[in-house]
Write a protein that binds this ligand. Structure first.
Ligand code: SAM
Ligand code: DTB
Ligand code: SF4
Length: 342
């Protein structure tokens, strides 16, 4: 189905044209952010409908397979050992517990299962256990995703061999703002891990967090970094900061929900074939803001009553919301896009 653009464009609207050769200079991304809201959402909808069924949403369930006690200093994170957040550190979960959670996720309609660990980077013997989890979760007929921190030489290949479909590693924010949030690993180290993941033939899940006190220009900077990856990530989680007491970012001014919607729309326009995930923060958002994000081109959510350590809407609540919006869960089939590079 193709939609013709409206013929009347007020002057500022024409300022944000698609840049040449599929690269996105930060000023071109910023120009999208600055479009009149309805024009931005309209453009995002057009792009979305060129590549996806707008009524369909992917459901990905998260499980924290190793919680808390992390040595890093990410200013948003309840799992950093140095912040007093009430999260109790736990050892890696036994395989049976993980499989039980994966079966339950599948029975609720999830198609992807994402295993998260509060590590700076996995030790080789941790990785063996994760490999086993990946093999067995995949055997249940779920797509597998893991987020384990920085990967060293050969670790991505091992995960690929175990059958890992996606690796999540976020850039989190724009390079210019990054040092305000994390000092224990730098931006380049994140890019290196993403390179290892790509190099091993694992699909990339990479996004960031907004609402950490960054400027609009810095939000544009994050999106430009993601969109200019060659190829851009197959999955793009856009997290709204979940403010957790005890973390340095607790208590900062919350982001305007319309600005969150703009961020989703800009991600959709600049990464047309990616799964753009409306990620952390949905519990705090309310239904109307979530509906706006689906209109802006989000087509994936974290599904299940917990993210890693914080809450997410209940399964029944999400099912009711999707029904109200006339949306349905993606079935188990593999995305066409995910077999092709952008
Ligand atoms: N430890 C690994 C790492 O940092 O790469 C993997 C797990 S870590 C919790 C995965 C991602 O969760 C982070 O990169 C961040 O984007 C997101 N995240 C963590 N805490 C968050 C919060 N309070 N609000 C929103 N997103 C958060
Ligand atoms: C991502 O981008 N967001 C998820 C997942 N990848 C691992 C994590 C969100 C965590 C929110 C805070 C918590 O529950 O601890
Ligand atoms: Fe550790 Fe990951 Fe949390 Fe950073 S985001 S403190 S690396 S668990």
């Amino acid at each position: 189905m193709s939609y013709q653009p409206v013929s009347f464009h007020p002057a500022p609207v024409t300022a944000a044209a698609a840049p040449a050769a599929d690269t996105w200079p930060v000023d071109a991304v910023l120009a999208l952010f600055e479009l009149p809201f309805n024009e931005l959402l309209y453009r995002a909808q057009q792009v979305h409908r060129e590549h996806f069924d707008p009524a369909e949403v992917e459901l990905a369930t998260l499980l924290s397979i190793k919680t808390g006690g992390c040595p890093e200093d990410c200013g948003y994170c309840p799992q950093a050992a140095r912040y007093d957040t009430g999260v109790t550190a736990q050892k890696i979960l036994p395989l049976d517990t993980v499989l039980q959670a994966a079966r339950e996720a599948k029975s609720h309609g999830a198609t992807r299962f994402c295993m998260g660990a509060a590590w700076r980077s996995p030790k080789d013997h941790d990785l063996e256990q994760v490999e086993q989890m990946v093999r067995e979760v995949k055997a249940l007929g779920l797509e597998t995703c893991a987020t384990l921190g920085m990967l060293g030489e050969g670790q991505a290949q091992r995960l690929k061999q175990a059958g890992l479909d996606y690796y999540n590693h976020n850039l989190d924010t724009a390079p210019e703002f990054y040092e305000n949030i994390i000092t224990t690993r730098d931006y380049q180290q994140r890019l290196n891990t993403l390179g290892q993941v790509r190099g091993a033939g694992i699909k990339v899940c990479c996004g960031g967090i907004v609402g950490m006190g960054e400027s609009r220009l810095q939000r544009a900077g994050l999106i430009a970094q993601l969109a200019n990856m060659d190829p851009y990530p197959e999955s793009v989680p856009v997290n709204h900061l979940v403010q957790v007491e005890g973390t340095p970012l607790h208590g900062i001014d919350p982001l305007d929900p319309l600005e969150f919607g703009r961020t989703i729309a800009v991600a959709r326009i600049t990464m047309p074939k990616a799964r753009v995930r409306l990620s952390a923060g949905r519990r705090q958002m309310g239904e109307a803001v979530q509906a706006m994000c689906f209109m802006a081109g989000a087509n994936s959510i974290f599904y299940g009553d917990k993210l890693l350590t914080t809450g997410n809407p209940e399964v029944e609540q999400d099912q009711a919301l999707l029904a109200k919006l006339g949306m349905r869960a993606r079935s188990g089939a593999v995305d066409a896009r995910c077999e092709v590079s952008s």
